[in-house]
Write a protein that binds this ligand. Structure first.
Ligand code: HEC
Ligand code: CU
Length: 484
């Protein structure tokens, strides 16, 4: 009995000791990175996807200068479908940042003067308020600098966190920052940068023309496109990533979302190693790895046989119908011992995004209506327009943002003059104005809306948030347009 007691005491004591030691070790690890000595300054190499900067290797910790420019620019989502992307560094995903534990990163974020909106950056690798978002909020034509020390190794997502956050992310404002451990990552032959994102357009999937962002679909998580590296085909055909038989490949994979989790899979390969969630835990022999929105993973594998390996989100309709399909082309000698099956070309060719439907004999004709609609209908349509074109600046409840965007809720300026308000939407507005006693001197860009849309959106605004309930007619919009 006495012996049993003694053993018990020893057990409890050693468990306590062990768990204390573990905590101590963890604390030490973080404290260590915080006190790593910095030797000199250098400019960070930034790369566009699918490429990554050179490995850090065993370079000592430094002050690392990162300069990133925000650009709002038109690009192509797929053949004939244009989209205005908001980007970090001109690409979706944004430029890849590579740093190491102990680096003091001095980050300068500039917002190009041609841009329309303020932006900022929230880096998941940052320990500090908002991941940097609070210190980096920057208006068009300005830049902001802040600095942070890289404390935890891993692969981290960065993204814009300016309201409406979902919209900034949905338009492409995300990327990856890698923090290497001291001494660097093990050497591999090829490294690439892939990031998934879901997109929501006003028109249906593959509908041609310049497509605007659709807030309603985004809220429903009903994506028109789910793609790697910002567009359909960014990693297929001539854009495929490549390797040679016998090489080791490391993929830095992120998921910008805004909504959908990725079931990341390479058809015909098994991941030898996966840094789960981009952290320190390594899983081996993985078929499909789950990458949450706002998360990442590092996957590594050796390519043993030649061929085209298809990269997909294994939520498979996304791959074959919404764009989440890429290619890794491996060249070299065949190895019949490892793979000797009949090789059939073309099995995995993308089907394209065309949605196939059964014939419908009751198709209704679509009538274009330019006559005045009932008030309720105008308000409903106007609300939709507001939520896609106006609310990024004037906010969901028309409350505006102090010193940047004037309020539309109970706005004395708005309620005083309907024709003036119509003119602002048709032509844009600059110069000082006073709304509810506060001065604004900023720019509202010209909105490309039809006469009917102007009437509907203003009718919605006038019939919301305590405004004077004016019903704006198409004929009044026409009068303003014709200068009456
Ligand atoms: C890119 C940001 C932006 C967008 C988008 C935008 N506005 Fe504005 N709006 C502004 C700014 C900035 C001003 C103030 C301009 C100035 O300082 O002269 C303004 C002023 C106004 C005003 C007059 C001031 C007031 O508060 O009553 C109205 C009315 C208005 N906007 C309505 C709209 C409507 C309706 C839409 C959508 C169809 C819209 N705006 C889209 C930025 C925007
Ligand atoms: Cu932004």
């Amino acid at each position: 009995m006495k012996l049993l007691k003694t053993i018990c005491v020893i057990c409890v004591a050693s468990i306590l000791f062990y768990s204390c030691k573990k905590d101590e070790k963890k604390e030490l690890a973080i404290e260590d990175s915080a006190t790593i000595y910095i030797k000199g300054t250098m400019d960070a190499e930034l790369t566009s996807p699918p490429f990554v900067p050179a490995p850090i290797g065993d370079r000592p910790a430094k002050k690392l200068l990162v300069k990133m420019e925000i650009l709002e620019k038109e690009g192509e989502m797929t053949d004939g479908v244009k989209y205005v992307y908001w980007t970090f560094g001109g690409t979706v995903p944004g430029s890849f940042i590579r740093t190491r534990v102990g680096d003091e990163v001095e980050f300068t974020l500039s917002n190009h003067p041609d841009n329309k909106l303020p932006h900022n950056i929230d880096m998941h690798a940052v320990t500090g308020p908002g991941g940097g978002a609070e210190s980096s909020f920057v208006a068009p034509g300005h830049e902001k600098t802040f600095s942070f020390k890289a404390l935890n190794p891993g692969l981290y997502v960065y993204h814009c966190a300016t309201a409406p956050v979902g919209m900034h992310i949905a338009n492409g404002m995300y990327g990856l920052i890698l923090v290497e451990p001291a001494g660097g990552l093990p050497k591999v032959d090829k490294e690439y940068y892939i990031m998934q994102g879901d997109f929501y357009t006003k028109g249906a999937t593959d509908e041609k023309g310049l497509q605007a962002f659709d807030m309603t679909k985004a809220i429903k998580e009903d994506a028109d496109y789910v793609v790697f590296n910002g567009k359909v085909g960014a990693l297929t055909g001539d854009n495929a990533i490549t390797a040679n038989v016998g090489e080791t490949v490391r993929l830095f994979v992120g998921n910008g979302g805004p909504n959908l989790t990725s079931s990341f899979h390479v058809i015909g390969e098994i991941f030898d190693k996966v840094h789960i969630e981009g952290g320190s835990l390594i899983n081996e022999n993985v078929q499909t790895t789950s990458i949450p929105s706002g998360g990442a993973a590092i996957v590594e594998f050796k390519v043993e046989v030649p061929g085209t390996f298809i990269i997909v989100d294994h939520a498979i309709f996304r791959a074959f119908n919404k764009g989440a399909l890429g290619m890794l082309k491996v060249s070299g000698e065949e190895n019949k011992k490892l793979y000797s099956g009949v090789k059939q070309e073309g099995i995995y060719h993308p089907e394209g995004g065309t949605i196939q439907t059964m014939p419908d004999n009751n198709q209704k004709e679509i009538v274009v209506n330019t006559k005045e609609k009932p008030l309720a209908q105008k308000i409903a349509h106007g609300k939709q327009l507001y939520m896609t074109t106006c609310f990024a600046c004037h906010q969901a409840e028309g409350q505006g943002i102090p010193n940047a965007f004037p309020p539309l809720a109970k706005s004395d300026y708005l309620n005083a003059d309907v024709k003036r308000a119509i003119g602002i939407i048709l032509n844009g507005k600059t110069g000082e104005i006073t709304v509810n006693g506060s001065k604004y001197n900023s720019v509202m860009t010209k909105q490309t809306l039809s006469e009917e849309e102007v009437a509907d959106v203003l009718t919605y605004v006038y019939n919301s948030w305590g405004n004077n309930k004016t019903n704006v007619s198409i004929s009044t919009v026409k009068e303003v347009k014709n200068g009456k």
